[in-house]
Design a protein around this ligand. Structure first.
Ligand code: SAM
Length: 234
């Protein structure tokens, strides 16, 4: 369970209404039942439930069960999609280990205004579901040129069609030194010529094709992140 509080032994934390309802009425927890909690900074903690009626509860922190892992250094750059598909890629990117989600505005991007709170809620749901302890950073949408100029990871893996891809990219990816990496997935309409030149002009950029079939951007996202995790996983 995600708690936006500092976590320390012996502290007692009040639960939000929604979370109290989830523990008491969905999971049917009683006082002294235990639950694992995290806040994205202090690792994972075992906590005991104190029910206060049917709608209120607090948690007494008992002990830390897992230390806070090092931050994943996988940045996921993507041209945002509409509604449910955006929810989907926000969740899948987190499940696949992305520590930074950076929406990128390209000429053919379908969406220009994003609900970052909705993305954050999806990311927290994915983190709780897959048992990781690091809260991904959800960044505001930004034009491709600005994203590339400010990119922290040196290595950029752009998933693209075969015309734009490098020869035997997976071998190149495997041979590259470990360290932070950014994965870039384009819009449903693809990158335009100028964007392709801009991306490939950037040093330490590798174009990777996932074969001749044209994948939808959300399919490509999962396939690309799975490949990156398999080849250079954290
Ligand atoms: N007609 C568009 C084009 O020419 O790129 C198709 C775009 S595709 C629907 C959306 C994004 O998914 C692409 O920009 C690319 O990042 C990724 N993608 C789709 N198929 C891919 C493949 N076979 N290999 C690598 N990336 C792919």
């Amino acid at each position: 369970l995600f708690l936006d509080h500092a976590l320390a032994a012996g502290s007692r934390l009040p639960l939000e209404r929604e979370q109290a309802n989830y523990l008491l009425n969905v999971l049917r927890m009683k006082s002294d039942d235990t639950v694992l909690v995290f806040n994205g900074r202090d690792g994972e903690w075992l906590a005991a439930v104190s029910a206060e009626g049917r709608k209120q509860a607090s948690l007494g922190l008992l002990r830390q069960t897992r230390a806070q892992p090092s931050e994943p250094d996988l940045h996921y750059l993507f041209a945002p999609l509409k509604h449910a598909r955006l929810d989907y890629i926000a969740q899948k990117a987190v499940e696949m280990g992305a520590g930074v989600l950076q929406p990128v505005l390209t000429r053919r991007t379908q969406v220009s205004r994003l609900n970052l709170d909705r993305m954050r809620a999806n990311a927290i749901e994915a983190v709780e579901q897959c048992g990781i302890l690091t809260l991904p950073e959800i960044r505001a949408e930004s034009p491709l040129q600005a994203v590339l100029a400010a990119l922290e990871p040196e290595r950029l893996l752009v998933f693209c069609d075969e015309a734009m891809a490098h020869a035997s990219p997976v071998a190149a990816l495997a041979a590259a030194p470990a360290g932070p990496v950014a994965v870039l997935i384009g819009p449903e309409g693809g990158f335009d010529e100028a964007e392709r030149d801009l991306i490939l002009a950037r040093p330490k950029t590798l174009g990777i094709s996932l074969g001749p079939r044209i994948l939808r951007a959300d399919t490509a996202a999962v396939a690309a992140l799975a490949l990156v995790q398999a080849v250079i996983g954290d």
